[in-house]
Design a protein around this ligand. Structure first.
Ligand code: SF4
Length: 354
């Protein structure tokens, strides 16, 4: 990243801290932070936007999934104890997060989602807590209660015909007076996650272009803090070489070092190994097109509908979700509807690193 880019990031972080500190001025005593707190806040880490991934299981299988979910052949929910541990590590390290979004996969498939939402709300460090869903599943009452308790917002991705529960979901949220937003965002295609032979200069250019775009994200996933979902998942899938400087290990890094390591990662990364898997030109692509890598459109749609039916008509509840989605009701999908086709053309980790 060039000097101007780094300076902009430092300034943005400082602005975030200052905004928060100023927002405390003039509040009633009960709400106002003391001078020492404000001063310490000015030096604390402030992040605009962070995501937490709770599961790799999803009720859809989008060919251009930015999070690479279709490439997990054994998608699973993360253990709630580990998710809370990671969230706690992050929240201990930061002074403030303007917006935090909980996502997956499809987070409503996680049976302990309500515990995470309440935990995040209790921290008092998050401006806005949002939960992301693809509109195929209705939340459990416990999740609705938790959303309400933390003044959370449900972001519903409207993927058209595959978001089969969109209307009932909206009606439910209206009835429960829970805030929601229907999101219709164009998708960009980053290319299949295979290693490309870029020079370091090309990688830096690609990284800079990408992290200057509005879709940029920071994400906590499976004990690690990454600069983008592609990095978190390509690393977890073993599609790229694991480089220590590409993420912060939230489990093994001493707590007092985590903030510094996040700063280092956010401000001074030049590129990520995962950037090798992205094409240089991000192209607009069909939103949530189902399974084009291995399935016909019709079969994919049936697959999505079938999964959703399993989740509703047949009385399935997230409470009964097995941690490994390859067991239990989801395993009832026909073999040719599983994710194996998508992963087949990929070379393995040992082959893709130049
Ligand atoms: S891996 Fe690099 S180029 Fe790809 S989405 Fe992440 S930051 Fe952007």
């Amino acid at each position: 990243m060039n000097t101007i880019g780094k300076a902009r990031k430092v300034a943005a972080m400082a602005r975030g801290s200052l905004r928060w500190a100023l927002s405390r001025v003039g509040k009633p005593d009960s709400e106002r932070a003391g001078l020492r707190t404000v001063l310490s806040r000015l030096t604390a880490l402030s992040l605009d936007y962070v995501e937490i991934s709770v599961t790799k299981a999803c009720s859809l299988r989008c060919a251009a999934c930015r999070h690479l979910m279709p490439y997990y052949d054994r998608p699973r929910n993360y253990d709630i104890a580990n998710i809370l541990r990671d969230a706690d590590s992050l929240l201990q390290a930061v002074g403030h997060i303007a917006m935090l979004r909980v996502l997956g996969g499809e987070p409503l498939l996680h049976r302990h989602l309500d515990r995470l939402l309440l935990f995040l709300g209790d921290s008092g460090k998050i401006g806005s807590i949002r939960l992301v869903t693809n509109g195929t599943i209705l939340p459990r009452p416990a999740v609705l209660r938790a959303l309400k308790a933390v003044n959370g917002v449900l972001d519903i991705s409207d993927y058209g015909a595959v978001s089969v529960q969109l209307q009932p979901l909206v009606a439910l949220l209206e009835r429960e007076s829970i805030a929601y937003e229907i999101v219709r965002q164009p998708w960009l295609e980053f290319g299949r996650p295979v290693s490309r032979q870029y020079t370091k200069n090309q990688l830096s250019q690609l990284f800079l272009k990408c992290t200057s775009m509005p879709h940029k994200c920071l994400i906590v996933s499976n004990g690690e803090f990454h600069l983008c979902a592609r990095s978190a998942n390509a690393t977890e899938l073993g599609l790229v070489q694991r480089r220590k400087q590409d993420y912060v290990d939230l489990v093994n890094t001493p707590r007092h070092r985590i903030a510094a390591e996040i700063r280092q990662l956010v401000l001074f990364s030049d590129y990520l190994e995962a950037c090798r898997t992205c094409e240089q030109d991000f192209r607009p692509t069909a939103t949530a097109s189902q399974g084009s890598a291995g399935l016909s459109a019709d079969a994919s749609m049936e697959f999505a509908m079938d999964r959703t039916r399993v989740g509703t008509d047949l009385g399935w509840q997230p409470d009964s979700t097995p941690d490994r989605m390859t067991t239990g009701r989801f395993a009832e999908s026909p073999d040719n509807m599983k994710v194996a086709d998508v992963t087949a053309p990929l070379t393995r980790r040992s082959d893709v690193i130049p």
